[in-house]
Design a protein around this ligand. Structure first.
Ligand code: ZN
Ligand code: ZN
Length: 374
């Protein structure tokens, strides 16, 4: 099987490329393959352009680039998929206007609003970013979640435009078609005038000729949709899952935006996570530390199952020693293969809350023995 071209190949750069060079390489290639410019086969050009955007969105993000260098491309599966689904022109306009490309995850509702509002014709709805908290167990096994959307379903008659279909649009009288409104802000002696999207037409410059009879012009049904999102197993904090076409409906008859779930793992009582590896502090009694022995210890697993394993503690272990158990950490698919992390147990001393008379006598004997041998 041919190796899939990696992100560096796509941009035609070396693995040690600087941020600046990366940006330059992206600009150059993006100019070449932008759908409005590309002279060759349209589909091929679009595919190339998407590939470029995906590669750049990953490599320009420090964390994602690190993960990618470490785990390969699949380490960024969630994000990669997110970038692939994005409207390529969003990325394009965002970098050429010096917008932060990362704003897709930071801006919440409509981070690309500014550029889009001034364009003509049907525009894609805005992407919506929602935070989704998961437990370690949910990440371990993968999970399906039902999420109630934060906005209304578009009206089925007008698909969100607020106008009767086939009746057309007319120029907005408030902004005279410019889509822009000048708004005065008074602060002390000063009056500041800012240009904002027209409130009547929401920046479209046009309003429906005839109001939609079903929604009376509101563009929505007054009902909120509940959608199911499938989270792949092994997902980590900071990654994202994209659901295509479930973002904000377009109010100009375009495609809806995408819904992006930004993943956040809740803290766990026992475990800490690093990549696919799991760490835990393991209190062990004194005799077992000295003599060695086998004890039952917890490992990460699915909820409601017995997730313990027998762990061998070597004799004469010290506190802070680490015992590793391979392939008992988180699991995820990387380049088609299931890859598992490891568990690391950091030993500590378990001091009993109470000791029996016999134990006390034995420990005293031991104490004498040790002092004698010193
Ligand atoms: Zn309607
Ligand atoms: Zn207007």
């Amino acid at each position: 099987m041919a190796r899939k071209r990696d992100f560096y190949d796509v941009l035609g750069v070396q693995n040690n490329v600087s941020e600046k060079e990366l940006k330059r390489a992206y600009r150059k290639k993006a100019m070449q393959y932008h759908p409005d410019r590309y002279k060759g086969d349209k589909t091929q050009g679009e595919e190339k352009f998407k590939e470029l955007n995906e590669a750049y969105s990953i490599l320009s993000d420090f964390q994602q680039r690190q993960r990618c260098d470490r785990f390969g491309q699949a380490g960024n599966e969630g994000i990669g998929a997110a970038a692939r689904g994005a409207n390529p022109s969003d990325f394009f306009s965002s970098i050429f206007d010096n917008f932060d490309i990362g704003s897709i995850f930071g801006g919440g509702f409509g981070s690309t609003q500014r550029t889009r509002r001034q364009q003509q014709g049907p525009q894609r709805g805005e992407n919506v970013v929602l935070d989704l908290s998961l437990s370690f167990e949910e990440s371990y096994s993968g999970v399906s979640k039902k999420v109630k959307m934060p906005f209304y379903k578009p009206c089925p008659n007008c698909m969100g435009t607020g106008g009767e279909p086939d009746k057309g649009m007319k120029t907005c009288t408030t902004c005279r078609g410019s889509g822009i409104q000048e708004v005065q802000h008074r602060s002390g002696m000063f009056i500041q005038i800012s240009r904002e999207p027209c409130r009547k037409c929401e920046g479209r410059g046009q309003v429906p000729e005839v109001r939609c009879k079903t929604c009376r012009g509101a563009g929505h049904s007054g009902q909120r949709e509940e959608i199911k999102v499938t989270i792949p197993k092994g997902i980590d904090s900071g990654e994202a899952v994209r659901v295509q076409g479930k973002g904000k409906p377009s109010n100009t008859g375009g495609m809806p935006g995408d819904l992006i779930f930004r993943i956040n793992l809740k803290e766990h009582d026992t475990f800490e996570r690093n990549g696919l590896d799991v760490y835990m502090r393991l209190p062990v009694d004194y005799p077992t530390l000295i003599l060695g022995g086998t004890i039952q210890v917890p490992v990460i697993g699915s909820k409601g199952e017995d997730n313990t394993i027998a762990l061998k503690i070597p004799g004469r272990s010290n506190i802070s020693d680490v015992v590793k158990r391979n392939r008992t950490g988180f699991t995820r698919k990387i380049r088609g293969n299931e890859v598992s992390g490891d568990s690391y147990f950091v030993l500590s001393l378990r001091i009993p809350k109470k000791i029996t008379k016999t134990q006390k006598e034995l420990l005293k004997k031991l104490q004498l023995e040790f002092n004698h041998k010193k």
